[in-house]
Design a protein around this ligand. Structure first.
Ligand SMILES: *[C@@H]1O[C@H](CO)[C@@H](O)[C@H](O)[C@H]1NC(C)=O
Ligand SMILES: *[C@@H]1O[C@H](CO)[C@@H](O)[C@H](O)[C@H]1NC(C)=O
Ligand SMILES: *[C@@H]1O[C@H](CO)[C@@H](O)[C@H](O)[C@H]1NC(C)=O
Ligand SMILES: *[C@@H]1O[C@H](CO)[C@@H](O)[C@H](O)[C@H]1NC(C)=O
Ligand SMILES: *[C@@H]1O[C@H](CO)[C@@H](O)[C@H](O)[C@H]1NC(C)=O
Ligand SMILES: *[C@@H]1O[C@H](CO)[C@@H](O)[C@H](O)[C@H]1NC(C)=O
Ligand SMILES: *[C@@H]1O[C@H](CO)[C@@H](O)[C@H](O)[C@H]1NC(C)=O
Ligand SMILES: *[C@@H]1O[C@H](CO)[C@@H](O)[C@H](O)[C@H]1NC(C)=O
Length: 320
């Protein structure tokens, strides 16, 4: 009898202990996966995580060693306002479930091994002000649903493998200050609707496959400070409306574009052409090597900057 009582008491205490260990924040379970902590760990105590009334509001994790995919269950943490997730070993797609995070203001995911498309569902994040997928390996096109994100101030998708045309709906993003989609494989025309983005300061679309003429509507961007159009397949001449802007204009390496220096002399062009052909092989080989190096260095520097800039209460903007 005594022994039975003891056993019952022992079992009761054990169950209590299990419950005591389990009364931690349920929202932490999937974050703990990324943090490599045991499931019962209260992630709100972790330096890069902020909670409010027991709900996770900020994930601010740079340089994490976690290797695996982004847990789709993060889409259930409805109180999330900021996600900064940077890790070389993050693998796989950006979960479409993140489209459920209706309170999200900043979404910044970086990592070479992030691939797949930009989920359509992100077009329902109506509070979003910054959307940054830099130096990832995303493919597919920009979903036209992103044209619904009218609070967006920064859209940064540079250094990916994105393709297709730029949805004209991006011309609806009247709060946009920075549109950076360089070093991808976008094609088609530059939509004239971008001329409606009156707050735009930075437009970087260099290193793509855009063709057609430069729309004169871009001359309406009176706040534009930087315009990078280099390394595309643009043709025609530079509209006078754009020359009037007080903007740093980069247009090199658009072979079909008429610039003043292009008009000088056919002979000079032929001469340069012959020399170029002779050197082409060597240049291409060394260019490929140095470009890779430069991008790697840039990314390394950038990551350093990001790490030294922010704190979880003052998250940095996505630095390009
Ligand atoms: C503790 O939490 C986990 C995850 O929610 C659950 O699977 C488990 O059943 C819980 N254990 C107890 C004793 O409540
Ligand atoms: C990016 O994806 C392509 C396939 O789409 C692959 O060949 C390449 O190695 C990937 N790059 C990196 C850095 O993972
Ligand atoms: C968002 O944009 C898409 C495509 O432009 C459109 O079909 C859809 O109706 C929009 N959704 C909302 C909720 O405004
Ligand atoms: C870029 O897109 C063009 C079509 O617009 C395609 O022919 C080409 O193979 C693509 N290049 C890369 C590197 O994906
Ligand atoms: C945006 O620009 C396009 C083409 O430049 C124009 O037709 C359209 O009316 C503009 N939309 C708004 C809302 O200003
Ligand atoms: C631009 O490229 C597309 C194919 O990507 C082609 O259909 C179109 O005719 C080109 N436009 C110009 C003006 O070269
Ligand atoms: C934008 O620029 C175009 C062409 O340069 C012009 O016709 C149009 O009236 C301008 N729109 C606005 C809203 O300024
Ligand atoms: C650039 O455009 C011209 C004319 O539209 C076309 O013949 C050529 O193939 C294009 N070059 C690239 C790299 O797409």
């Amino acid at each position: 009898m005594e022994i039975l009582n003891l056993i019952i008491i022992f079992i009761t205490i054990s169950i209590k202990n299990i419950y005591a260990q389990n009364n931690s924040n349920e929202e932490c379970i999937y974050i703990n996966k990324i943090l490599k902590k045991e499931p019962s760990y209260d992630c709100c105590h972790y330096d890069g995580i902020t909670c409010l009334n027991g709900h996770v509001t900020i994930i601010y994790l740079f340089d994490i060693s976690y290797s695996g995919s982004i847990p789709i269950e993060l889409g259930n943490l409805i109180n999330l306002e900021n996600i900064y997730l940077l890790g070389a070993n993050l693998i796989g797609p950006i979960p479409s479930e993140l489209g459920k995070l209706s309170n999200l203001v900043n979404l910044n995911i970086q990592g070479f091994n992030i691939n797949g498309p930009i989920p359509n569902e992100l077009g329902s994040l109506f509070k979003l002000e910054r959307l940054c997928f830099l130096n990832t390996n995303l493919t597919g096109s920009i979903p036209s649903s992103l044209g619904n994100l009218t609070k967006l101030k920064e859209l940064k998708l540079s250094n990916n493998q994105l393709s297709g045309v730029i949805p004209s709906g991006l011309g609806n993003l009247l709060n946009l200050k920075s549109l950076e989609i360089q070093e991808n494989n976008f094609s088609g025309n530059i939509p004239p609707e971008l001329g409606n983005l009156s707050n735009l300061k930075i437009l970087e679309i260099n290193g793509n496959n855009f063709n057609g003429t430069i729309p004169p509507e871009l001359g309406n961007l009176s706040n534009l400070e930087i315009l990078y159009l280099s390394r595309n397949n643009l043709s025609g001449s530079i509209p006078k409306e754009i020359k009037k802007l007080n903007t740093k204009l980069h247009i090199s390496n658009n072979p079909l574009l008429e610039t003043e220096s292009n008009n000088n002399s056919v002979l000079i062009i032929l001469f340069i052409g012959v020399i170029f052909l002779i050197l082409a092989t060597g240049i291409i080989i060394s260019y490929k090597k140095t470009k890779k190096k430069i991008i790697e260095e840039e990314i390394a520097n950038r990551n350093k900057n990001i790490i030294s800039f922010g704190s979880k209460n003052h998250p940095p903007v996505c630095i390009t």
